[in-house]
Each structure stands twice: as C-alpha cells, then as structure tokens.
Design a protein. Structure first.
Lengths: 281, 372
C-alpha cells in the first residue's frame, strides 16, 4: 500500500549497508532507504534526528551523523542503553529497519558562517556535534577558528581517537581533551573540562557556541560564555528527553514552552534558560 | 453575533435524535452506568439521565434523583468528547516482515463513521477546541484525530446546575457555550422548564435544524435562559484572579509542591479525566505468527514513572516533580504553546482524584503570598 503523504507517523523501510563497532557499547549503522524515490527526496540538516524502528520492538530517536550533502547514505551512531538499542546491536548488513524523519531543528550552520566556532561536548561519543565537526571539516574556509573541547569522566570513555587526531590537523583548529579521572597513558588534561576554558580562542562578538552532553556541564559552559560576553542567542545546545512521536503530539518532551522534538532538539540558550538544569523538568 | 434562538417542547427531543440518525449519524449521549454519567451509544431519549443530579466533591461523585425531572440537570461525568476523538488506545500502523526480511508498513487510520455527541458541556467543547489546536493546527497534523474530528457533530447543552467541583466561570469556558464566537459546537441547546432553546453554531448544525419543526423563541424564554446562566455562573470554586501563568513559574521551589505531593498517589486519574491532556505513549505488539507487528498509541500520564524516562535516567522520579510538571504545563507553559490556559474548569481532576486534591486549592496555596 502506498504511504499516504500526510501521515507523519508511518516509517519507510531502510536497509543496513554497513555496521561499524565504534566501542564496546557503541556502533554506527550506515543506512539507505529501500525506495530510491524516498532516498532521493530525503533531506536533513546536522543536528536533526530520525525515528528508527526495530521490527516488533519499537522506535527510538537517534541523531543523524552523516553529511547532509551525501545523499546516498544516512549514518546513525547508537549507544546501547535500552530495549530497542540492545535489539539493534544484532543487526547486520542487509537487514531492514524502519525510518521516519528527519525531525526537529538542527545546528545553526548558516548563522555560524565566518564566525569562530566553539564546540563543547561531554560524555560518550556525543554524536549530535560530530555531525557539526564533519560539516565544518568539509567546508573549512567558510568558518572562523574552530575549538573542539571534549570532556569525559574517565579516560576509558574516550572514543574516536583517530577522528580527534584528524581534526587536530585541520587549519585554525584547536582540540582540547580532558578527563575527570585519568590514568598514566592519557596524554591530555586531567580535571574537569571547565579548567580548559582559558585555552579557547574566539572573539566573543563573533562566535557561535555549540554543545551537547550532561545538562550540568552545559550549564557551566553557558555561565562561562555569558560571563565572557557571548550573548545567550549565540549559545546553542542539544537537549534530550523522552520522545515517542517526534512530531510534538505525545507530550513526553514538553519542556516549558517547547516540545524538544519539534522546537529542538537544538536550542539557543535564550529559548530554554528559564528551566535549564532545573531538576525535574 | 448572537445566533437565532428557536424553541421546541420537551416531548420533541426524540425528533432531534431521530433526525440525526436519519441523516446518518450514530448518536452518542449521556446515560447512567455504574453510578456515573457516561457517554455511549443512544437511540432513544429514554436512555438519558432524566431527573438525575450529580453531587461532586473532592474525591467524590454521587448521583441522586431530582424532582425536577429534566434531562440535563446534571453537570458532567468522568469523560465526554475526548475519548471519541483522541482514542484511549488505537493502532497507528502495522508492519509486516517477509521471509527474506523485507518490512512493509501499512497505516491503520480509522474508518470514517459520522458521530453526533449530544449533551457535551461548554467546558467539553472548549477543551475540544484546545485539542484541535494541539492535534490539527501545529506543524504536524494528526491523521487519526483528524479523521474522527471531521466526522463529529456536537450538540452541546448549556449547563444549568454545575457541580461543586466546577469552576468554568472563572476560566471563562462556561457554564454556557459562548455562541457569539465560533465555539466548536454545531448545535446548542438550553433546557428550560418546558422545552429547549436551540440554535446552530455551524452550517452543518443549521442543516439539522431545517429538518425540525421549531417555534420562534419568546422574550420570556430568553429571559428564563439568562436567569439559568446567571445562576449557573455562581460557582463554589474559582481560580485566583491573578496572572497565574507568570506567578506559578516563580514558585518552582515552593514547599507547597512537597505538601501536595505527600498526598498525591501519582495515579494519573487527573490526567485521564482531563479533557485537554494529550500525552500518549507508543508501543509495538508483535503478533504470534512472527510476520506482523502492530504499532499502537495509548494515553499516558506525566504522573507515570516512564513518562520522563530517558536512557537509564528518570527525570521526574519524585511525585512533587510530576505534579509540578502537570500544573506548570497546564496553567503556565500552555499559554506559550496554545495562547491560553490548558484548563477549562470542568473540575474532573478534583472529583476523580482518589485523595481529593483540589487544583484550585493547590494553585491558591502556591501563589498565596503573591496575592495582593
């Protein structure tokens, strides 16, 4: 039966082209819609997400990490945490899943052009900003100085070392890494990510800050940036809440005046600051 | 502009029902079941809760006989329009997996069947307008809600005897349907001593009226209606007459949340009976044949444990946080999202709360020190 164009709840079939194990509990699926027409008309921006459906189990919201101009393929990096993601670890190339999307508002890639960019992440992987870094890497001369600041709890949590090594080679790019708890072979900073703030290089009149990770960490970054005269409207963060419909109907991600699924997941700080990091919202 | 009010005798009420059925509508109306007024299929006015009054109080609902023997002298029951449009549980789509692993998807949009609901209240109609905004007038249109909405005709009946739990007058949503605007009701009735005033709110309602033999209303009848409205507006409960929306957000750390939460069972009754609550969860039910799986949605509540669950974390583990989420959304954030409060003053959350938590009292308690 043809898919009625107006039903935002209905997935399309997609096929797994490749599965990459990134870390013990982290893998990337490279996907493509089975229907060429669907694949062809599919467009997204960095920071947006898809609802992935595992047959007989359910749906989950996962951000898209591939480049929007690479129209042949959609990459999703998935951390194993719940029922659906656990089931998805067993998928192999050739297997099928359902995809509907893209949903939400992504990163301000256009507004950031010719500006310095500060990217701060905490925790594992942080797929939502990886897409931003990849995007800038592909269009390096369209952006100003690039600062990548990644904090992890323990050095063992650090993944994608080769990617960071590669980013460090980019022009005008600073990569700063910090682990709360370190060990002997960790060559970078030991301590909270906040202690590296002084090493960031940006012009506060002409910068866009983008971050994802634990809200406590993002709150500290916001405060620091505001103290350094970066306007709240130039600070962007990616939020996470329970999402089941992705179209602003199911209510789980209601956050003050916003539904994170459709008004976010990327917000400028001024849109969310009243409730931000307020426990229970 | 006020509509043209016509009149018909009480013994003609069946004709309205017959006309609706003849025009292809299945009629849904109020009736007594299990000690409460519920809405279900009706074919005869004999099924209506005639001569029945409802006594409502925090945590209490009681039906009693009433000497007046009118059809609509009660206030409301636990549900009215909401379950007819936003189904408590429904299949959204199903997926089929072939032997070689291919998956196909098929929508399960509901079959179209014209429904007429008789006896909805002003609060219910106002709540439906809010759900229309949520499901039909935002970025995405919900096809399931839309299919049902297109096929629903509403015969609202103005409220003559609000219950003690009602506060629609203070939210501005009742006790009478505001027929000077596009209220959402197709037909509006007011039950008088010896008959009904009737008016049309839409073209569809107008067409039904053309099939009835109606009399012009008299000055006395209109005066009787006005006096019913004035009496029904005298309600025991009300919301504090302040800007609740902005004041509530200044009280996020108020101790009163904990006080209320110490009584709250987090059962979700309030959200189930609330005519504007729209939260729902989605889940998959795999069939035993291994080839098909059905994807459902069903009502959820911000009072449930799973509502705020995300990758191993429950954002609102405390009952006080859930109550705060519900109240601040309904009375504050709702204004930002839909341009009005999410409360229509129907009082259901007060009546059907098993421990009798009174939302008007909660708000008063929370904003007390800010009142002039």
């Amino acid at each position: 039966m043809p898919k009625p164009i107006h039903n935002p709840y209905l997935p399309d079939e997609a096929i797994i082209l490749e599965r990459i194990q990134e870390a013990p509990n982290l893998f990337t699926l490279r996907l493509k819609f089975s229907d060429e027409k669907v694949q062809h008309s599919y467009e997204f921006e960095p920071g947006q997400f898809n609802m992935l459906y595992l047959y007989g189990v359910g749906e989950i919201a996962i951000s898209i990490v591939s480049d929007p101009e690479d129209s042949h393929i959609i990459d999703h990096t998935i951390r194993v945490v719940g029922r659906v993601t656990k089931g998805m670890t067993n998928l192999k190339p050739g297997d099928r899943i359902g995809i509907r999307g893209p949903y939400g508002r992504g990163w301000p890639m256009l507004e950031s052009k010719q500006k310095d960019v500060v990217i701060v992440t905490g925790g594992l992987g942080c797929a939502p900003v990886v897409s931003v870094i990849n995007y800038i890497e592909q269009r390096r001369d369209e952006y100003g100085r690039l600062n990548i600041l990644q904090g992890v709890k323990h050095t063992a949590d650090f993944i994608w070392k080769t990617r960071y090594d590669k980013w460090r080679e980019l022009a005008d790019t600073k990569v700063l890494l910090a682990a709360d708890v370190g060990e002997a072979i960790w060559p970078w900073h030991i301590g909270p990510v906040t202690t590296l703030f002084d090493q960031l290089e940006f012009n506060s009149d002409n910068v866009i800050v983008m971050m994802c990770g634990p809200e406590g960490m993002m709150r500290v970054v916001c405060d620091h940036m505001l103290d350094h005269s970066v306007p709240a409207s130039q600070i962007y963060l990616s939020m996470e809440r329970n999402m089941q419909c992705a179209v602003g109907h199911c209510g789980h991600c209601q956050y003050g005046s916003q539904f994170i699924c459709k008004d976010g997941p990327v917000f400028s700080y001024d849109k969310v600051h009243t409730l931000f990091a307020n426990k229970g919202f | 502009m006020k509509p043209d009010y016509k009149f018909f005798q009480s013994d003609q009420l069946q004709l309205l029902l017959d006309t609706l059925q003849r025009t292809g509508f299945t009629c849904i109306g109020p009736q007594v079941r299990d000690g409460a007024i519920i809405f279900d299929r009706i074919t005869s006015i004999e099924q209506l809760p005639r001569g029945i009054r409802d006594e409502q109080a925090p945590g209490s609902y009681l039906l009693k006989p009433d000497a007046a023997a009118k059809y609509f002298d009660w206030a409301n029951g636990p549900q009215a329009i909401k379950p007819l449009l936003f189904s408590p549980r429904e299949k959204l789509w199903l997926s089929q997996r072939s032997a070689d692993g291919e998956i196909s998807f098929e929508t399960a949009e509901p079959e179209l069947k014209p429904l007429a609901i008789i006896g909805a209240r002003a609060c219910d109609v106002a709540a439906m307008k809010i759900q229309d905004q949520h499901f039909l007038q935002q970025q995405y249109v919900d096809p399931y809600y839309q299919a049902r909405r297109k096929n629903l005709l509403i015969v609202a009946v103005n409220c003559s005897h609000p219950a003690d739990s009602c506060f629609c007058h203070s939210t501005g949503d009742g006790p009478f349907v505001d027929d000077s605007i596009d209220s959402g009701a197709d037909i509006v009735l007011t039950e008088l001593q010896h008959g009904f005033l009737i008016s049309a709110g839409t073209d569809q309602g107008e067409n039904i009226l053309l099939n009835l033999s109606l009399l012009d209303s008299t000055k006395e009848q209109l005066a009787e209606s006005e006096s019913i409205a004035a009496n029904a507006a005298k309600q025991k409960r009300q919301l504090p007459a302040i800007d609740i929306s902005s004041q509530l957000m200044k009280e996020l750390d108020n101790d009163a949340w904990h006080n209320i939460a110490s009584r709250c069972l987090s059962c979700g009754n309030c959200t189930a009976v609330c005519p504007t609550c729209f939260c729902h969860s989605e889940n998959d039910v795999a069939e035993l044949d291994g080839k098909t799986s059905s994807h459902y949605r069903e009502w959820d509540s911000c009072f449930s444990q799973g509502h705020s669950y995300i990758h191993g974390i429950t954002i609102r583990s405390e009952t006080s946080q859930r109550y705060r989420q519900w109240l601040t959304h309904k009375f504050s954030s709702w204004h930002d999202q839909y341009g009005r409060s999410g409360c229509v003053g129907c009082g259901r959350c007060i009546t059907w709360c098993p421990v009798g938590i009174d939302v008007t009292e909660s708000i008063t308690q929370l904003v007390e020190r800010r009142r002039a």
